[in-house]
Design a protein around this ligand. Structure first.
Ligand code: ADP
Ligand code: MG
Length: 702
């Protein structure tokens, strides 16, 4: 079976410039509109309308009301050009119908010859637009449409309205869309026939036609069978692609890393605490996965501070006992070093040889480390991206642990897994992702959740305070510092500009330093690794007490003595992000506080978001609420782009189909793993249409 795109799809993958009215100049605008460098016909077809104009009201003139959008048939009575001495006056055309009522069509800056041709005196024309009452007379300023009898037969009375970009006219998009629809071939049905019938889904091509040529304004709602079908197509394509990737990864089966658990036992004995119930459960899941001859692909989800690191270490101990190696990749240098610090004593107690590799290890030190790694003299390698540099070769890598997954792309995760044979993958994420989104981002990964916190954690007192009261907050922080407490102060996140972020943090640092002296320190993303670590180390050791930071401290950094978290402009942060930041405090035995400084006034959604943070510390609930609130924000008109990573599917409307799409994908591949059957062939079309054809290449031949 080839990996060539089916020929029937060619017209849809042609450049947009192949459509009538789209030249190289407009192509640039379409590139911006469709967010794709060289947009293709299919990209335009997936640009769905955001609304519709309803021109179906067709009253007689004596029934027309002011402000009404109508399409009326009128006789052109008289042209009244602007008088010569007042060329800026409007050009008027008086029309009427058989009720005797007149309607004046008004044009500004009009060309007479054009208007005389468009609306010849004595003839009947159909005009469509909004009628106004002007001095008690009906008038229509610049009608949207003027057509004759023949044109009227083709006039869509319900017109789609598209999101546009500056410089691109609605008419051009509509015309190009008509051209695109004309290219739309009939394609084989790839959805299950019974499912299509039950959901009353139109065929793929028909669904696109329904949405771009609505008969009724509500034909373009995301809830319609047409839109839902396309959304489901997209979800299925995504789930199929993920399942194919997964099947590909699992295929190189063979080596289970079974062990008696001797090393694990050593690690557990060295722990100053007992595992929580859910940590134990996760450990059991992982050990079972590792013993199996299939590849492990497991997501360990756990709120900040839920204790993922030790679970990861126990997983590593399991493969190491089988004589193999593990890699532990963190998104930042600070985190990698912190992991090393946490893990080193435990590893030593168990006789596990640990090393670290980041951008900072260079020269001879790095070389000797790589040698030991290749010889198998390092059991566990902790590090950053540096781990998947080309010259990093393991003796026998069995397990790749990837911390804080959302910072890494899927391809990076795969790159690390390529460093060994059938490497088992454990992904740790501290951003609790709602189940629906787990499916989207991770496909059918197995999931372990750490839902309970280690014992002894104190609730964090969270308060929202207006930014105008910042002086009081500073005073309170000062008092706490004098009592020996430690605090973080996180500075505003300014969109898209690291520079401005930094300036804000530096300014705040200067100010606080002037107030509280040398106990104040600064850490930010532009600092060199060593400087950052030094600043963190001073704070951890208590040499400094107030750490001003940009969001570099967001993930993972563990200073149990810190009890205060101040977040400036909390309204600019995502809920999950604030939750992460807040998780930096409340780790020790002291009572902890989180102060969310916000700029008033807050909108309803922003208020609700801060309220959620005050109410709960359950990251899973916060993530769900965040999604729900963002959904409502969409309804209120601040719509974001729907389901992340999707063009057509909208989470609020179509998210509920994700589970079905996942089951469907699994069923399809269980029956026809190589997509060879008739439906398999059809599904290949689907994968191409949604840009998932990379996955087709992973299908094993034969
Ligand atoms: P995260 O899930 O955020 O990575 P960590 O693994 O950094 O959490 O753990 C946070 C803190 O909790 C660490 O100081 C760790 O030693 C401690 N910890 C982990 N598991 C337990 C437990 N079962 N009981 C008590 N403390 C624990
Ligand atoms: Mg962690």
């Amino acid at each position: 079976m080839g990996v060539m795109r089916p020929l029937v799809l060619n017209p849809l993958f042609a450049a947009l410039t192949s459509l009538p009215g789209v030249g190289p100049k407009l192509e640039k605008l379409y590139a911006r509109l469709l967010d794709r460098e060289a947009p293709r016909v299919i990209d335009l077809l997936f640009h769905l309308p955001s609304g519709a104009v309803d021109r179906r009201a067709r009253p007689k003139l004596n029934e027309v009301q002011g402000g009404q959008l109508v399409t009326v048939a009128v006789t052109v009575d008289e042209h009244q050009p602007a008088p010569r001495n007042r060329p800026r006056a409007p050009y008027r055309i008086v029309t009427s119908d058989d009720t005797g009522q007149t309607l004046t069509l008004t044009y500004f800056n009009a060309r007479e010859d054009y208007l005389r041709k468009l609306l010849p005196e004595g003839e009947t024309r159909y005009v469509s637009g909004t009628v106004e009452l002007y001095n008690n007379m009906l008038q229509m300023v610049h009608p949207d449409r003027v057509v004759d009898e023949k044109g009227f037969a083709n006039l869509p009375l319900v017109e789609p309205v598209y999101p546009l970009t500056e410089g691109l006219a609605a008419g051009n998009v509509r015309r190009a869309m008509e051209g695109a629809l004309a290219r739309l071939p009939d394609l084989p049905e790839w959805q299950d026939e019974a499912w299509v019938a039950r959901e009353r889904f139109p065929a793929f091509a028909a669904a696109l036609r329904n949405l771009h040529r609505p008969a009724e304004p509500h034909d373009i709602a995301p809830e319609t069978p047409a839109w839902t079908r396309l959304a489901y197509d997209e979800l299925l394509a995504g789930q199929l692609a993920l399942a194919l990737v997964r099947a590909h990864m699992r295929r190189q089966a063979g080596r289970g890393s079974a062990s008696e658990g001797r090393l694990r036992a050593h690690v557990m004995k060295a722990l100053p605490y007992a595992l929580t119930h859910s940590q134990q459960q996760a450990v059991d899941d992982i050990i079972a996965d590792l013993a199996r001859p299939q590849r492990m692909l497991r997501l360990l989800q756990g709120d900040v501070g839920s204790g993922k690191t030790v679970v990861a270490l126990i997983a590593a101990a399991t493969v190491i006992e089988a004589g193999r190696q593990a890699a532990f990749m963190a998104p930042t240098e600070i985190l990698a070093r912190q992991h090393l610090k946490t893990i080193a004593p435990l590893a030593e107690a168990a006789g596990i040889r640990v090393a670290i590799l980041t951008g900072r290890e260079r020269g001879g030190e790095r070389e000797s480390l790589l040698d030991r790694l290749t010889l198998g003299d390092v059991d566990l390698l902790i590090g950053t991206h540096a781990l998947f540099q080309e010259d990093v070769a393991f003796h026998d890598l069995a397990l790749a642990i990837v911390d804080e997954q959302h910072r890494f792309g899927v391809h990076q995760r795969l790159a690390l897994a390529q460093k060994g044979e059938a490497v088992d993958v454990l992904v740790l994420t501290a951003t609790p992702i709602p189940r629906t989104l787990v499916l989207t981002y991770f496909g059918d990964m197995d999931i372990s959740e750490l839902r309970e916190k280690p014992p002894g954690r104190q609730p964090i007192d969270t308060r929202a305070i207006q930014l105008s009261r910042i002086a009081e907050v500073e005073e309170a922080v000062g008092r706490a510092m004098r009592e020996g407490q430690r605090a973080y102060w996180v500075c505003p996140l300014v969109e898209d500009s690291e520079k401005i972020d930094l300036a804000a943090a530096e300014a705040r640092f200067e100010e606080l330093r002037a107030k509280f002296g040398k106990a104040v320190d600064l850490v930010h993303g532009r600092m060199k690794g060593a400087e950052k670590d030094a600043a963190m180390a001073r704070f951890a050791a208590g040499e400094t007490q107030l750490l001003v930071a940009t969001t570099v401290i967001e993930v993972g950094v563990d200073v149990p003595e810190a009890t205060i978290m101040v977040i400036e402009h909390a309204e600019r942060f995502g809920l999950a992000q604030i939750h992460q930041l807040r998780g930096r405090v409340g780790r020790g035995s002291g009572h902890s506080t989180c102060l969310l400084l916000y700029k008033a006034p807050l909108g309803e959604t922003a208020k609700a978001r801060l309220a959620v943070l005050r109410e709960t510390e359950d990251g899973f609930r916060i993530a769900e609420e965040d999604l729900r609130l963002r959904g409502e924000g969409d309804v209120l008109g601040t719509r974001q782009s729907g389901l992340p990573g999707f063009q057509l599917a909208r989470l609020e409307v179509h998210g509920k189909y994700l589970g079905a799409a996942r089951d469907d994908a699994a069923l399809i591949l269980s029956r026809d793993a190589t997509l060879q059957g008739a439906r398999g062939e059809a599904l290949r079309h689907l994968l191409y249409l949604f840009g998932k054809d990379e996955a087709i290449k992973l299908i094993r031949a034969g």
